[in-house]
Design a protein around this ligand. Structure first.
Ligand code: CA
Length: 230
């Protein structure tokens, strides 16, 4: 784990480093108080995640993010000293900021935001990856967004596809309703009924192609699992 912290407050850099090292022993944290230097370091240091302050001495954090996004999809968590306006929030999400943390923050909250950002990144890079995923007879071709079972094409809606990708990527693990909602439907979505409907359709379509519908099992009251051996 390597984190780049672009932040001019030494105190914040220190506490962020400490949080990273406690959570990921051996984590390397590099930092700079300059936005310009930070952009260069995304290239030279190849961090796994960037923690970016909005109020920097040499340039605005949003401009730093815009320039980072011109060449990198690294997960970025924005730090802000004030409650962020709706306009700024949208600006950040348009520039593909993964999340926001308002200072002062608790280590727990900070870690949750960073972990979410890392999850987004894993899923989007898996989807961008060239190698299809094959489990039993199911093949997910991420590059072409195609799904087939035993050679039979399975036509899915975007939500069904995202859900299947998330489940299959984590085959053998039970995924909670909360994490499924966050990854497939996005932050702030809380209605678990949509998962139920989506799983129902997924099972139905996979069964139509010849799969055992129990390829996706539910853990009552908790979540769902993609089963590798059915
Ligand atoms: Ca600052």
């Amino acid at each position: 784990m390597k984190a780049l912290v672009i932040e001019d407050s030494k105190e914040i850099v220190e506490s962020v480093s400490l949080i990273f090292q406690l959570r990921w022993p051996g984590a390397k944290v590099v930092s700079t108080e300059s936005g310009k230097k930070g952009i260069e370091m995304v290239e030279t240091e190849s961090p796994d995640v960037v923690i970016l302050d909005i109020g920097l001495p040499d340039m605005e954090g949003f401009e730093v993010l815009r320039q980072i996004r011109s060449f990198s999809d690294v997960p970025v968590v924005i730090l802000t000293g004030r409650a962020i306006s709706e306009i700024d929030k949208i600006k950040g999400f348009e520039l593909r900021a993964d999340d926001y943390v308002i200072k002062p923050f608790s280590p727990g909250e900070f870690l949750v935001r960073v972990k979410n950002a890392l999850t987004h990144a894993r899923i989007s890079s898996a989807e961008a990856g060239v190698l299809p995923l094959a489990v039993n007879n199911l093949v997910i071709d991420f590059a072409n967004r195609n799904v087939s079972f035993g050679g039979m094409p399975v036509s899915l809606t975007p939500s069904e596809y995202k859900l299947l990708c998330y489940l299959a990527r984590n085959a053998g693990r039970v995924l909670s309703h909360e994490s499924i909602l966050r990854v497939v439907w996005g932050e702030g979505y809380e209605e678990t009924d949509v998962i139920k409907t989506c799983v129902y359709e997924l099972r139905r379509k996979l069964a139509q192609a010849g799969a055992n519908p129990e390829i996706i099992t539910s853990e009552r009251g908790y979540g769902y699992q993609f089963v590798t051996l059915v």
